[in-house]
Ligand binder design. Structure first.
Ligand code: ADP
Length: 791
């Protein structure tokens, strides 16, 4: 290697100065030898490179040269180097600069160059002596670091934009089931901070053991199958209480195709579920309201189905949206607020109908938006970039090459750059064509539903839970005797309700709000303007719309039906009443005759009269049944409660039926004393009815078993026969008024279908329950319960 001896040259010319350095020269030489740095010496004004030992990094200058700048300095940095040199010469200070160089092989590199001016005794520069370090590698590394940092900043902004614009819960698990990322929505739900939650397991984050275990099993499953898992679960939210959630876990793969982490997205579907249930219920109600409406109801059902389907479509779409966070199915963009530089990815270009390798400017993108929407989008974008940064718009785009119509939703987020010099506007664009069209479909379906309700002549209403604002459709106002354009507050409407019903209507509305109880009432209205008396049936339920509670429902006019019913009841009541008087005299005559024939010991006539008496008793029971029904309908049934022993009542029933029933084998199981507080006569009537039915609907000589059991709260009376049994579809209705089973077995058995109806009304008035377990051909087991009398 060539020896660098600037000090020796110097000493030849300036002996005095040399003398000062002489002692250190040897040491310095050794030092220079030891370093791998470039060493050089320059004339006082830097015009001449006297010597340069490039050490393989820079080109050597073995003889003095003036062309060294062109040889060694990277052209772009020439000005910087020159101005620094000038400044150092002027101020006689050490030159120290990081700059780019042309390396010995002609490629660019980086150096940290440092030169010291050597002064004579007058303080004039006689020479510069310098070293230059090769820092190319460090610079490249620094450069990469900066780029990576910029990129990750952009990624982070993008991610924040995506995750903050969704109420969904987004999170990432590592393979040890620990959370490595959770979005704000999830933190809110837990009521925890980021620091408290990250790196923790499900259990540590407060999940119930069964819940944590379920998800860990699912993660294991994903690790095994490499496939996503979707599920539904219900658990408590810190603020909102118990909710239903739909979730998807998706594996995220590294470049080798191994699972790196598991990304999850969870959506609150409570409202959707309620909405669906309510719609379903409302629909069922409509179906029950009126048979004549059946055609319309079918339509409503269809519309309803469409609504649910459309909603599902939206759900699907939104789930897709969440998955897209992983699959990067968003188009992303970035706008520099000063240069207006528009950086997009291939997916975004595709959404605007461009090919991935084509360039796309803001103006070109805007040009693909349909004319109707373009000015609005352009204005919002400008405003967002230069003013407040809020950007969330939905618009239709016709693709440039593919001519496809897509509905896009673009969301953007303005962030000042960390340097503070410019603002970066970062955003995502997603294809929401399916959701958009499905939404349109919902709107259409809702409009159809409205038309169906109109066509059915139903009035609709809504009362909000918070301030009790009452909204009514024109048809409903008409029912209350108001004109469609009249203002009709809640009070005004309730004032028109017949006083007999008014308070219970109001109370039931309140019950609907406080206990979620369904409202179903028939009541009479006195029209406000027209003074017309109308009967209506109102059905309503509390529903949730956009997080708010409403009591909504429909009202249907039933005046005709109701008047018919009242007329019919009045008629039955009158006829039954009129029949009772002659029947009582006939009974008296028969009893008189019975006594006479008994005295005359005429057995034949006595027996005939016994039979006549039995028939009269049956007829009396029947007529009493009708009277009971009409009393029930007009709300005049009276329960005269007393405390008595059910065992004794059953004993009486046993004695009575043993005397009258000869066709069947009656078995009364022994029972202990059971105290109840009830109307003794009416309960006797229920037992009697059940036994009569068992006799009526089972073949001769089969057995009928009557038994009574009790638990801590109730007494249960069973009447079990071995008769024809009841089909499940009939069993659902036999307690309805006037319901009779139509079949070959029953068509010659007389009855009016009121016995079981009365039984169930009586038992319900006692807060008990009546039901039947039965199967065709296997007999029936009727059971009713009564609350025990507890001292
Ligand atoms: P009715 O007996 O006058 O028809 P009910 O209200 O007492 O009226 O009974 C309603 C229907 O229930 C009957 O028509 C009959 O078809 C069915 N039913 C009642 N009890 C029994 C029974 N023990 N076995 C089979 N069917 C029965």
């Amino acid at each position: 290697m060539k020896q660098v001896t600037p000090m020796t040259n110097l000493s030849n010319k300036h002996t005095a100065a040399t003398q000062r350095f002489a002692d250190t020269e040897a040491r310095l030489k050794a030092l220079i030898e030891a370093t791998s740095d470039v060493v050089y010496s320059l004339s006082p004004d830097w015009s001449e490179m006297r010597e340069l030992d490039g050490r393989g990094f820079l080109k050597n200058a073995e003889v003095p040269t003036t062309g060294w700048r062109g040889d060694n300095i990277y052209p772009d940095d020439m000005d910087l180097v020159n101005s620094t040199i000038e400044e150092c010469i002027r101020e006689k200070k050490i030159f120290e600069l990081e700059h780019r160089v042309l390396r010995a092989d002609g490629t660019p590199g980086w150096t940290l160059s440092k030169a010291i001016p050597i002064l004579d005794e007058n303080g004039d520069i006689i020479e510069w002596f310098g070293i230059a370090k090769d820092i190319s590698e460090r610079k490249v590394a620094e450069d990469n670091l900066l780029k990576t940092k910029l990129q990750s900043d952009q990624q982070r902004r993008l991610y924040e934009t995506i995750t903050s614009s969704t109420p969904d819960l987004l999170y990432v698990f590592d393979l040890d089931y620990r959370f490595t990322y959770v979005n704000q929505a999830l933190l809110n739900m837990w009521g925890k901070t980021w620091e408290d939650s990250i790196g923790k397991t499900l259990l540590e984050n407060g999940y119930e053991p069964w819940h944590a275990e379920m998800h860990e099993k699912e993660i294991d499953e994903i690790k095994k199958t490499k496939l996503p898992i979707r599920g539904e679960v219900s658990f408590p939210h810190a603020v909102l209480g118990s909710r239903v959630y739909d979730y998807i876990f998706t594996p995220v793969f590294d470049e080798n195709g191994d699972i790196e982490v598991i990304a999850g997205a969870t959506r609150d579907v409570t409202d959707r579920k309620r909405w669906e249930e309510n719609l379903q219920k409302l629909n069922e109600e409509l179906a029950n309201t009126n048979l004549e409406l059946e055609a319309t109801i079918e339509e409503v059902a269809k519309v309803n189905e469409e609504l649910i389907k459309a909603h599902e479509k939206i759900e699907e779409g939104q789930i897709a949206f969440r998955l897209a966070v992983n699959a990067a199915n968003f188009g992303t963009w970035f706008i520099h607020s000063i240069t207006r530089e528009f950086i997009t990815d291939a997916r975004l270009k595709e959404l605007f109908g461009y090919y991935a390798d084509e360039s796309l400017t803001i103006e070109q993108a805007l040009a693909q938006i349909t004319e109707e929407y373009r000015p609005m989008v352009a204005a919002k974008l400008e405003n967002a970039i230069y003013n407040n940064g809020d950007y969330d718009v939905t618009y239709p785009v016709i693709g440039l090459h593919d001519n496809r119509l897509r509905w896009l939703r673009a969301i953007g987020n303005l962030k000042a750059d960390s340097s503070g010099d410019f603002s970066a506007f970062t955003g995502v664009v997603m294809d929401i064509t399916n959701q958009y069209l499905a939404n349109e479909e919902i709107k259409r379906a809702e409009e159809n539903l409205r038309m169906a309700v109109d066509a059915a002549g139903l009035g609709t209403f809504q009362i909000s839970a918070d301030d009790r604002t009452f909204t009514a459709s024109p048809k409903l106002k008409e029912f209350f005797g108001f004109y469609p354009y009249d203002v009709m507050p809640y009070e005004a409407a309730t004032n028109q309700i017949h006083p007999e019903f008014r308070e219970s209507v109001k109370a039931n509305v309140e019950l609907a709000f406080s206990e979620g109880k369904r409202f179903d009432m028939e009541y009479q209205i006195n029209g406000y303007h027209d003074k017309k008396l109308r009967w209506v049936r109102a059905i309503g339920e509390v529903q949730y719309k956009q997080g708010k509670e409403y009591f909504t429902g429909v009202i249907n006019e039933i005046t005709e039906k109701k008047l018919d019913e009242i007329r019919k009841n009045d008629f039955i009541a009158m006829v039954s009443h009129e029949l009772k008087t002659p029947l009582t005299s006939i009974k008296a005559y028969i009893q008189l005759m019975q006594r006479k024939f008994a005295e005359a010991e005429n057995d034949t006539y006595s027996k005939m009269l016994d039979k006549a008496d039995l028939q009269i008793r049956k007829m009396t029971a029947m007529i009493n049944g009708f009277l009971d029904i009409s009393r029930l309908e007009s709300g005049k049934i009276h329960i005269k409660s007393e405390t008595f022993d059910l065992a004794l009542l059953l004993k009486e029933a046993e004695e009575e039926s043993m005397a009258t029933v000869t066709s069947h084998i009656l078995i009364f199981n022994p029972i202990e004393s059971v105290k109840v507080n009830a109307d003794r006569n009416k309960i006797g009537q229920v037992i009697h009815n059940l036994i009569s039915n068992a006799v009526k609907y089972s073949p001769k000589d089969t057995s009928i078993t009557i038994s009574c059991t009790a638990d801590n709260e109730f007494a249960y009376v069973h009447v079990k026969d071995q008769g024809q049994g009841i089909k499940p579809e009939d069993a659902a209705h036999i307690f309805d008024r006037y319901y009779r089973v139509e079949s070959d077995d029953t068509h010659n058995i007389s009855g009016f279908g009121i016995g079981l109806y009365l039984c169930s009304e009586i038992i319900n008035h006692h807060n008990g329950d009546i039901s039947v377990k039965s199967y065709p051909g296997e007999g029936s087991d009727f059971v009713f319960s009564l609350p025990l009398y507890l001292q």
